[in-house]
Design a protein around this ligand. Structure first.
Ligand code: NAP
Length: 182
C-alpha cells in the first residue's frame, strides 16, 4: 500500500519528476505486476493522470492490474480509462470498492493514493500491509501521503507489525502489516 513518488521540480529549474530513484520505482512496478487491481482517487487522476500500469524493466508487460478510479466526479481521464481493464467507482465507501472488485474477481488491491483515499481505507481497517518508500530528499511543507486519521495521541498511533526494511538504491522501503483499523 502507499505510493513511493510524487512529482517535484529540481533545483535551478531542472525537471526532476520523481522523488524516489530507479530501484524504488522498479520495485513498485514489480509489485503492481503481482496484484489484481490498483486504485487511486479522482483527486490523483485530476492532478497526476497516472497510467497505473505495471512496467517492470521500463516496459508494459505481463499481467496488468485492473485500474480503479474512486470518486464521484467525472474526470476526463477516468472517462478515457473506461476500457475493459479499468473501472470507475462512484463512491466514497471503501467497502463498496472492495465489493465491486470482488465481483470482478479481483482479490488483491494496491491503494496508491492519494491521501484522501488512502486514509479512508486505513480508517475502515481494510489495509493489511503498508509499503513506505523513503527517499533522502526534503521538500518542506506540502501534501502528505496520508490525510487526517483522527489520531490525537502517540498511544493511539496506528502501528505496523512484522516490519521489514529494504534498501533500494538510495531509498529505503519499509513494509509493515496492520492488524485492523483505528
Ligand atoms: N504522497 C503520495 O504518495 C501520493 C500518492 C498519490 C497522490 N498524491 C498526491 O495527492 C494529491 C491529491 O490528493 P487527494 O486527496 O485529492 O487525492 P485522492 O485521494 O486521489 O482523491 C480524493 C478524491 O477522491 C474522492 N474520494 C474517494 N473516496 C473518498 C472518501 N472516502 N472520502 C472523500 N473523498 C473520497 C473524492 O473525490 P470526488 O469529489 O470525485 O468524490 C476526493 O476529492 C495530488 O497532489 C497527488 O499528486 C500523493
Amino acid at each position: 500500500m502507499g505510493r513511493h513518488a510524487r512529482r517535484a521540480h529540481g533545483r535551478g529549474g531542472r525537471h526532476e519528476p520523481w522523488i524516489t530513484g530507479d530501484d524504488a520505482r522498479e520495485h513498485a512496478h514489480q509489485v503492481r505486476g503481482t496484484v489484481d487491481a490498483i486504485a487511486v482517487g479522482t483527486g490523483t487522476v485530476a492532478t497526476d493522470n497516472p497510467s497505473l500500469s505495471a512496467r517492470p524493466g521500463g516496459q508494459e508487460q505481463g499481467h496488468q492490474p485492473l485500474r480503479v478510479v474512486v470518486g464521484t466526479r467525472e474526470t476526463e481521464c477516468s472517462a478515457v480509462w473506461r476500457d475493459e481493464n479499468a473501472v470507475a467507482v462512484a463512491s466514497h465507501d471503501p467497502r463498496e470498492v472492495l465489493d465491486l472488485l470482488w465481483s470482478r474477481e479481483a482479490r488483491s488491491l494496491v491503494v496508491e493514493g492519494g491521501p484522501t483515499l488512502l486514509s479512508a481505507f486505513l480508517r475502515a481497517g481494510l489495509v493489511d500491509e503498508i509499503h513506505v518508500y523513503i527517499a533522502p530528499a526534503l521538500l518542506g511543507a506540502g501534501p502528505s501521503a496520508v490525510s487526517d486519521l483522527g489520531i490525537g495521541t502517540m498511544a493511539d498511533a496506528l502501528r505496523g507489525q512484522d516490519v521489514t526494511v529494504t534498501r533500494l538504491g538510495v531509498d529505503t522501503l519499509v513494509i509493515a502489516h496492520l492488524d485492523g483499523g483505528i
